[in-house]
Design a protein around this ligand. Structure first.
Ligand SMILES: Cc1ncc(COP(=O)(O)O)c(C=O)c1O
Length: 397
C-alpha cells in the first residue's frame, strides 16, 4: 500500500502512512502502545541513544508506528514538507511550534483574527518568556513589512480567521517573511492541507487542531505541526524537550478519521455554502462571513489560493443583542451548542469578536453566530435555522 506524489489528494489520503512494516498486513495501522522499549543487550541499548530515533522504537514518548503512521500521512498531504509531529491538542501544537522557533528578546507578529487561546499564549506565556507580540490587521498583506523590526522573528497566520473568516494574502506575507528571513507559521485547521497545502505556499510550519476535521467525530483532542524541508530539526528539538507526545489511541482515532476527511470536507463544505447563500438572502441577516462569498474580506485571495471551502462560517444578525441572539440559538433542534467543530454534527455558537480584537476594532450591525455544518441534510438544517430566525424576529419585536 503506497501513495505516489502524483496521485490526487483524495487518493493519497487513503494510502498515506500505511507502510507494510507499520500495518503488518492489517488495513488500519493497529494501536502500538508503549512506554518502555526493551533492548537485546547493553550494547544495543547504548547504541539506540546515539542513533537517529526517527521512525525507530526508542522510548514511548518518541512514538510508535501508530503515531508515525498518522504523522507520515499528514506529511504526505503537504507537498514540500519534511515531517510532522503530533501533540495532545491543537493548542499544544500552536504553543510548541512557537516555543520551538522563538527565543527571549524576539518579537512575534500575530494576526488580530487568530483563535483566542493563541492570543492568550502570546499575551501571557510568551510575554513572561521575554517575547513581545505585535498584532496585525489580517488584511495587511505585504504592508506587514512596515511592522518588521530587528527583533521580529516570526509571523503567525490563521487564514481564514476562525471567528470572522478574513482570508489573508498568504503569498504576499510569505514574500515579506522570505525577504526578511522570518519564520512563518499558519493555523491551517479550517482548510486542512486538502483545501490549502500551506507548505507548498512557502509556509514553514503548518499547524492543525486535528481535534476538528482530521478526527472528524468530536471525540478526541489532537494536534499536529508539519514542517517544511529544513525546518523539522528545530520543531523536533523543541517538542522533545517539552515532552510533547500524543497517545497512540488518539493517533489511531485521528488516522481513522483522516481516511474519510476528503469526503466529509466536500459534503460539509457544499452544504455550508448552500446554507451561507440562503442566509445571505434573509432580511434578518446583515452579512455572511464565508470565504467563498464576495461579502467576506479576502474573498479574492480565497478564490486565488484555496481549493474549496470547509463547513465553518459566521453570520452577522441585523440588530438585536445577546437576548435576541440567544432566542435564535436556544431553540435550535438540530444544531448543538458547543465550542469545538469539524465533527459530523452541526453546531451553532454565539461569538463576540469585539471582546477579542485589539488592532482592528470589530464593528457590526448586530451579534455574530458561528455555524459548523455537519453531515445532516442541509434542507433540514435550513428549516431549523428558519425557525430560529423567526424567533429572533419575534424577540426584536
Ligand atoms: C482555529 C483553531 N485553532 C486551534 C484550536 C485549538 O484546538 P484544540 O481544541 O485541539 O486545542 C481551535 C479549537 O477550537 C481552533 O478553532
Amino acid at each position: 500500500m503506497s501513495a505516489s506524489e502524483d496521485d490526487k489528494p483524495a487518493t493519497r489520503i487513503v494510502g498515506a502512512g500505511r507502510r507494510p512494516e507499520w500495518t503488518q498486513g492489517i488495513v488500519n495501522p493497529p494501536v502500538w502502545r508503549a512506554s518502555t522499549i526493551l533492548y537485546d543487550s547493553v550494547a544495543d541499548l547504548r547504541a539506540a541513544g546515539g542513533r537517529d530515533t526517527h521512525h525507530r522504537l526508542f522510548y514511548g514518548r518518541r512514538g510508535t508506528p501508530t503515531q508515525w503512521s498518522l504523522a507520515e500521512a499528514l506529511t504526505e498531504l503537504e507537498p514540500g514538507a519534511e515531517a510532522t509531529l503530533l501533540y495532545p491538542s491543537g493548542v499544544a501544537a500552536v504553543s510548541t511550534a512557537l516555543l520551538s522557533v522563538l527565543s527571549p528578546g524576539d518579537e512575534l507578529l500575530l494576526a488580530d483574527s487568530v483563535y483566542d487561546p493563541t492570543r492568550g499564549f502570546a499575551d501571557h506565556f510568551l510575554k513572561r518568556f521575554g517575547v513581545t507580540t505585535t498584532y496585525y490587521d489580517p488584511m495587511i498583506g505585504e504592508g506587514i513589512a512596515s511592522l518588521v523590526t530587528d527583533r521580529t522573528r516570526a509571523i503567525f497566520l490563521e487564514s481564514p480567521g476562525s471567528l470572522t473568516f478574513e482570508v489573508q494574502d498568504i503569498p504576499a506575507i510569505v514574500g515579506v517573511a522570505r525577504d526578511k528571513g522570518l519564520v512563518t507559521l499558519i493555523d491551517n485547521t479550517w482548510a486542512t492541507p486538502l483545501l490549502f497545502p500551506a507548505i507548498s505556499f512557502g509556509i514553514d510550519y503548518s499547524i492543525l487542531a486535528c481535534t476538528k476535521y482530521v478526527v472528524g467525530h468530536s471525540d478526541v483532542m489532537l494536534g499536529s505541526v508539519t514542517a517544511a524541508k529544513g525546518k523539522y530539526g528545530a520543531l523536533r528539538q523543541g517538542s522533545y524537550q517539552l515532552g510533547q507526545t500524543a497517545s497512540p489511541d488518539d493517533a489511531w482515532l485521528g488516522a481513522r478519521g483522516l481516511r474519510t476527511m476528503d469526503v466529509r470536507l466536500k459534503s460539509q463544505g457544499a452544504a455550508a455554502l448552500r446554507i451561507a447563500r440562503w442566509l445571505a438572502d434573509r432580511p434578518e441577516v446583515a452579512r455572511v462571513l464565508h470565504p467563498a462569498l464576495p461579502s467576506c474580506p479576502g474573498h479574492e485571495f480565497f478564490e486565488r489560493d484555496f481549493k474549496g471551502a470547509a463547513g465553518l462560517f459566521s453570520f452577522v444578525l441585523r440588530g438585536g443583542g445577546e437576548r435576541e441572539r440567544a432566542a435564535l440559538i436556544d431553540g435550535l433542534r438540530l444544531f448543538g451548542l458547543g465550542f469545538s467543530w469539524g465533527g459530523y454534527e452541526s453546531l451553532a455558537l454565539p461569538v463576540d469578536p469585539e471582546k477579542i480584537r485589539t488592532v482592528v476594532p470589530w464593528e457590526a450591525e448586530g451579534p455574530v453566530v458561528r455555524l459548523q455544518i455537519g453531515l445532516e441534510d442541509p434542507e433540514d438544517l435550513m428549516t431549523d435555522l428558519d425557525a430560529g430566525l423567526m424567533r429572533f424576529r419575534e424577540a426584536i419585536g
